[in-house]
Design a protein around this ligand. Structure first.
Ligand SMILES: C[S@@+](CC[C@H](N)C(=O)[O-])C[C@H]1O[C@@H](n2cnc3c(N)ncnc32)[C@H](O)[C@@H]1O
Length: 287
């Protein structure tokens, strides 16, 4: 294994790099998180045979490989923590309250569109697919269900597309679900084709409103545990983009530690304990 020589970052270099990252992705690195950039990117500088962060910032912002290098950097600096059935109580609200109402409302078209935004390595959209699979059972064949998982990190999406996970990813998954939807292979858990085929993945940056528009209107949007990495202006932008892309009777799910109440009038929190879900105000929903 290559030995990584740590390269130290000055305050000025940190400020410049943090601004570049923010401009591109909305991810806000406060000064207290300088060590994360320093340690995660030292390895990259070693690979590029650079000895100084000024060189790296120039390479990132002015060189011919800018686009590729941004991707490479996001692969390294994003925090991709996730798991199957993360926050079970919230998923129960989705499965037992929101989903039945929505299936009823869409019983005419039998079309349902769900976006898992910032899905990391795919556990979240695959969990949603399992919940739909067990709710609809044989009726699934009658429905046109679209589940899209997106993330800024191509490395995370490559794992999702592989559909093979370790035991850490299924730490909150019941044996019943594991037996039904996974094949245990040594230390790995391979997802069944029936679930894999229900989800598509695509790279998407939550700053990119035009690309979100291109995907049309969603019935449900999950965007959990990513708003915490954004500052208020970025959060506001993302929430307003979700308001544009969510059906008037749709539902937005965010992470349990995230709050958007003071940042938007487009959404109201539902009074379902543990739901952490939002819908458009009644006058809009009824329109
Ligand atoms: C902690 S994970 C959350 C995964 C999943 N939603 C969950 O709750 O388990 C946060 C994800 O947000 C992604 N992310 C960060 N900034 C993003 C942006 N601007 N656009 C899209 N994804 C972003 C990261 O790559 C990371 O995979």
């Amino acid at each position: 294994m290559a030995v990584v020589s740590k390269i130290s970052m000055s305050k000025a270099q940190f400020t410049k790099l943090a601004q570049v990252i923010y401009d591109r992705s909305g991810i806000h690195f406060p000064e207290t998180k300088q060590y994360i950039l320093e340690s995660r990117l030292s390895h990259r500088l070693n690979e590029l045979e650079m000895t100084d962060f000024d060189q790296y910032i120039a390479y990132l912002t002015m060189g011919p490989y800018q686009m590729d290098e941004f991707q490479e950097m996001f692969n390294r600096i994003t925090i991709n923590e996730t798991s199957f059935f993360r926050n079970d109580a919230q998923l129960a609200v989705f499965e037992h309250q929101i989903l039945p109402e929505l299936l009823d409302a869409r019983s005419g078209t039998k079309r349902l569109r769900i976006w898992s935004a910032a899905c990391s390595t795919g556990e979240e959209p695959f969990t949603i697919a399992m919940l739909l699979h067990r709710t609809l059972g044989v009726r699934l064949a009658d429905w046109n269900i679209e589940i899209l998982g997106t993330d800024i990190s191509e490395k995370a999406l490559a794992v999702a597309q592989g559909g093979v996970y370790n035991s850490y990813a299924v730490r909150s998954t019941s044996d019943l679900i594991k037996n039904r939807y996974f094949k245990e292979n040594g230390r790995n858990f391979e997802l069944s084709e029936s679930i894999r085929s229900m989800v598509n993945f695509e790279r998407h940056n939550l700053k990119d409103r035009m690309s979100a528009k291109r995907h049309g209107i969603w019935d449900i949007i999950f965007c959990r545990n990513v708003l915490i990495y954004f500052d208020d202006p970025m959060k506001k932008g993302v929430i307003s983009m979700f308001a544009d892309q969510l059906a008037n009777d749709g539902t937005l799910f965010i992470g349990h530690s995230e709050r958007i109440k003071d940042l938007t009038t487009d959404f109201q929190q539902l009074s379902i304990p543990q739901g952490f879900c939002y819908q458009k105000p009644a006058h809009i929903a009824a329109a």
